[in-house]
Write a protein that binds this ligand. Sequence first.
Ligand code: GUN
Ligand code: FE
Length: 426
Amino acid sequence: MTDANFILKGNICYSRDISRFQTYEKSYIICERGISRGVFDVIPEQYKTFPLFDCGEQLIIPGFTDLHVHAPQFPFRGLGMDMELLDWLNTNTFPEEARYGDEVYARQMYGKFVNELKRGGTTRACIFATVHIPATKILMELMEESGLISYVGKVNMDRNSPDYLREESAECSAEDTRKWIEETGGRYRFTKPILTPRFTPSCTDELMRRLGELQKEYQLPVQSHLSENYQEIDWVKELCPAAAFYGDAYDMFGLFGRGPCTIMAHCVHSTEAEQKRMKENGVFIAHCPESNMNLASGVAPVKKYLAEGQRVGLGSDVAGGSTTSIFRAMSLAIQASKLRWRLKDETVNPLTAQETFYMATRGGGEFFGKVGSLETGYEFDALVIDDSAWDIPGRYTVGERVERMIYLADERCIRAKYVAGRKCSV
Ligand code: GUN
Ligand code: FE
């Protein structure tokens, strides 16, 4: 895995903007030191010495970003899907996460999770671990070895959690977090720490205040959950009467965009005031359609978010979601948006394939900088996709083939994967 210079030839597609594909048939894309130098019909003179890999009829698209996934929840995917969020957390999630106090178990299960990510289309990810620091470090090591680029968060929770998973006090939680940041902040090339208060119900005001201080001191990004489920939202109103709305309970402590780059998962039931603040603060929304259906949370008004210029990417939210596949997140996002439109609110249109592809690539990639496109200047994250199992040669345009890919592809179709120009094994 070196930062190579090379050229791929194939059928290239990336998002020109939110609603349009940019496609090129049988063209050359140049990667120079991990950065795209653009797409050409003919190889420009200065790149003629770069090795050329001909991908034939295959598609070349940007890598996917999974903006929200829980690594420790990988082992129990599919279980307890007859519950809503709070019951599901207590019944399945917290007991499973408690197991990561055991480093042997953590290495075994995190190994399975990372292998699955390697095989799939994800090139970047924002990952929740658990409260346990040794296990979180194991996950960071494994992610680093994978070559994928990620943020990994040690989870903070000092209230409303079972004794076996609750940190002793706000002070202990924050000081442990500081130690973890000191140990891991500069340690890896591809793997960075991210502050991860689980959600408002799990964190006292004092812990949030201390995390806000750590954010300022270390300039770290933040990830959490927001307005996912009706009971959760009512609970936050009781727990934080001073907050104007749920998101304000993060903003009060400097954990909601503005300076820090922040991802809030779900935003299914965000009020207008909350949406306005997210927009003002540049908060990223991780839309997790499968999780929102499995936990019967609802369906976020994603088309509205995109139209209003919110920053939106896709998340698998394993184990609320049953799969790490961003192919599935894309097709389910479209399908969920249609049911929402038909059954709930005909003023918010369904998502198109183009919009959904945008979220999976550029929308989420933006959290990592110039990522998620193959345009000149973007980091070279790319997938080579073999759609020969269902494509009818000569019948469809490149754009139509990408539309079909959203529904028909899975990780078996990925022939090569590049992360910032490095070829990773799949
Ligand atoms: N809210 C707080 N914790 C969680 C979690 O683990 N999964 C989901 N989907 N929502 C949460
Ligand atoms: Fe989640």
